[in-house]
Structures are given as C-alpha cells and as structure tokens.
Design a protein. Structure first.
Lengths: 67, 386
C-alpha cells in the first residue's frame, strides 16, 4: 500500500501543467510558502517557545538575551 | 492613373514611417512592449505589527517561583522594501524590531535598562540575481543587536526551475555567529561567550495539477558554543537552585512537507507537516491546516489550526541531581503538546492612483501549551505595490 502511494505520488509529480492552466495557482491564497513577514512572527513564537524549532532554514532558537 | 499611384506611394511612406524597423517575422522585444527597465525602482513596501502577550509558569524562571512567572509582552514592528536594480537584480531590505518586557530576565536584572524593556533589532539585506529565466542565486547578510547579545549572519541560496516551471529545486546555506554576555544566577554579568550555527537546506516544489502544488524540504543545523541564555535556573533535589548545564554542541534535523489545494468554491486548503529530531533527545511532530476563503474579489478570510508535540530533551528535570552532568528545567525544552487556534481577514485594494495594490490584513491567534503557558497574538499587516 505504501509503495502504491509512493508510486502515485511520483507519477503525479511528472504531470506537466501548462502556463495557461495555472490561474488558480497564481492566486495569492495559494502561495506554498507563508508571506515572509507573517512567517517571521510565527518563527519568533515557535523558535523561542519550542525547543524543537529550527533545522529548517530558520535560525535555531535559544540563547536570545531577552526571553 | 496618377491619383492611385500617388495614393499607393503615400501609403507606402506612412507604413514605412509607422512600422519602423520591425518586421512581421521578428518577435517584439520585452523592452518594446513594457519600455526599457528603469535602473532602480521600488517594487513593494510592506510592514507588519505584531503584539505578543504571554502568561504562564516555568521552573527556569526565578520571578515569583518556583515555578516562576513567564509573563512577557513583545511589540514587534517589521518593515520590508523590495527594489529592482535593472532587469535581473532584486534587493530586499528587511528590518524587524522587538520591544520586550519579560519577567524571567527582570527577576535577576539580566536586562538592566531602567524601563525593564529590551529592544532587539535586526537589519537584513538580500540580493537576488536572476541569472537566466530558470535560475536565480541569492546572497544575504544581517546584523542583530540587543542588550546582552550581538549576532551576524551570512547566507547563499540557489533555485532552478525545470519543465516550464513545473518543478523548482532550491538549496541554501546559512552561517550565524553570536556573541552573548553570560550571567550567574543572581544576575552578575560575567564573560562574553560565543555560539556558531551552520544551517543547510534542500527543497523541491512541484506542481501536481492545475489546482495542487506540493513542497518537500530537509534542513540540518549544527550549533556549537554557549547554547543557553545562561541565567536559567534548575531546582535541585536538595531544595536549592543551580545553573542550567547544556551540551555545547547540537545537531538538528527537520523534514517538512507542504501541500496547497485550490477548492472549487474559491477557497484554498494548506496542509503542513514537520518532523524534527536532534541529538539532545528531542523528537517532535508539528501539523498545521489553513483554510482560505475568498469573498468577492477583494476580501479573503483564513482559519488555521496547528498542533505540536515534542518529547523533551533527555536531561530535562524539575528536581535535578546536584551531580548531573547535564540539566535543564526550561519549560521550552520539556515534553508538551501545543495548540494554536487562529483567524485572519485580509483585503486587496487595487484602486488607489499610482499604487498597483494596497493590501491590509488583521489576524488573531491563541497559542496554548499543556505545561502552563499561553500566548495571545494580534497581528496587522499593510503592503503597497508600486
């Protein structure tokens, strides 16, 4: 079952979506990454308050002189 | 006979003058359509203001404890300016500030300003070179300043798109170096310590259909040096307080998956999952769902829910042995489950002269942990596209 799921995922990943069929993907609500300023305020909270933050592109928390 | 000949000749002259050098079989250059790019132009100016209000108790704080108060407020303004230099270079200037009042450092006067507030600021500049239509490279550098702490960072990133932008592969590396003042448990300022952090990431974004996009990411972070704030207290089994003892090295791994799905009723569903593991014994799962809904062409609303579960570090203790080589009572390193409930509303206004778009959004979130901590967050964003 897991192999089937993986195959389905990989095969679907090979699909080509032409430029003229990307209208929905261009909507700002479909942005795959959070808005940078909104992402920072989230990172500030989770990076400081959760010892499991960091490791994924963000400065790992801890040691901030104020909190 | 002479009149038609004169008419044809006049028509030829008009076409030759109006047509200029272009020919039917030559594609029009971008400059011919949009005009030559300006040498320097500002693309967008955005700002966001966020208020954090935290309450709770943790054994690391000496404020009215143990467990001590973790009361804290943060006022966080941010400003971002994006500018183009010519056709292929983009600069981003980003300045976040944090104005903080916190019970834990105040209890031992680690932050010594009379107003009991600590102002922390960062300046970060990133420049992106669009080398080809499919390839971009970014360099960034930043400086962070607050009362007992200085930080510098440098980074580089690379992105390449394949198959007519159906897939984008990205990689980045970031290096941080921090100086921080160290303290003992009664707030005496001691020597300056250092910490270095190196972080590398690899990601891929893939269009799965005309309504679905997915992203996978792996990041590794290596840290060495003083990895605590140095004033955190640990209750001992003898009934006294002692200083936290942390390892001087940490290796952290994070695996992230994201999925965005367009919904037929003009909505969008975002799913997020993150798995984290490190060599301090911490293992964590985080999952988040966001549901967007457009109302008309200008307004959107968003509801979000996030859950985070972490195992805690192997040396976490609220009653530690006096002989323990490593110990921490920091509630942020404890085992807990955290939930975030949130909502936001935004509006895009393409109607003000000289501005292509003005966007405004307002949001509220409540973060609740099972180990006696909660945070209320209010955020307001304003953006201009010029």
């Amino acid at each position: 079952m897991r192999k089937l799921l993986l195959c389905a995922l990989l095969l679907s990943g090979c699909a080509i979506v032409p430029q003229n069929r990307r209208a929905h993907l261009a909507d700002p609500t479909m942005a795959i990454e959070d808005d940078a300023l909104d992402a920072y305020r989230k990172q500030k909270l989770y990076g400081v308050r959760e010892g499991a933050a960091g490791g994924d592109g963000a400065a790992a928390g801890g040691g901030c002189g104020c909190q | 006979m002479t009149r038609p000949s004169a008419l044809v000749a006049a028509l030829f002259v008009v076409l030759a003058v109006a047509g200029g050098p272009a020919r039917a079989d030559e594609p029009l250059a971008t400059d011919a359509i949009f005009g030559a790019p300006r040498p320097y132009s500002i693309e967008s100016v955005r700002s966001r203001f966020t208020h954090f209000s935290q309450n709770g108790r943790g054994f690391q704080s000496q404020a009215d404890g143990p467990p001590g108060s973790e009361e804290l407020t943060v006022e966080q303004p941010q400003l971002e300016i994006v500018a183009h230099q010519g056709a292929s270079i983009t600069h981003r200037l980003w300045v976040p500030l944090d104005v903080i009042t916190a019970a834990s450092p105040d209890a031992l006067d680690a932050v010594s300003t009379a107003s009991r507030t600590n102002e922390a600021g960062t300046i970060d500049i990133a420049s992106t070179w669009q080398a080809t239509r499919a390839t971009a490279a970014t360099l960034h550098g930043g400086f962070h300043l607050e009362e007992p702490y200085r930080g510098w960072d440098l980074g580089a990133a690379f992105a390449h798109s394949f198959a007519d932008d159906n897939a984008v592969v990205s990689a980045s590396i970031n290096v941080f170096y921090d100086w921080l003042d160290t303290f003992d448990l009664i707030g005496t300022r001691l020597i300056r310590a250092g910490r270095s952090t190196t972080n590398a990431n690899l990601g891929i974004t893939q269009l799965l259909s005309s309504t679905t996009v997915a992203h996978l990411d792996y990041g590794v972070t290596l840290q060495s040096g003083e990895l605590g704030n140095t004033w955190n207290a640990v209750p001992l089994s003898t009934g006294t307080l002692a200083q936290e003892k942390l390892p001087t090295f940490r290796q952290r791994h994070a695996f992230v998956g994201r999925l965005a799905q367009w919904l037929p009723w003009r909505g969008a569903l975002h799913l997020y999952y993150r798995f984290y593991v490190d060599d301090w014994g911490m293992l964590a799962h985080s999952a988040e769902a966001q549901l967007y809904q457009r109302i008309g062409n200008l307004v959107w609303v968003r509801a979000s829910y996030r859950v985070h579960q972490q195992s805690g570090v192997s040396f976490f203790a609220t009653s530690a042995s006096p002989t323990a080589a490593l110990r921490s009572a920091d509630s942020d390193l404890a085992p807990f489950v955290a939930q975030t409930f949130g909502g936001a509303v935004g509006v895009d206004l393409p109607m003000i002269p000289r501005l292509r778009l003005v966007s405004v959004d307002v949001g509220y979130e409540r973060y609740v942990r099972t180990n006696d901590l909660h945070v209320d967050i209010i955020t307001i964003g304003v953006g201009f596209r010029l």
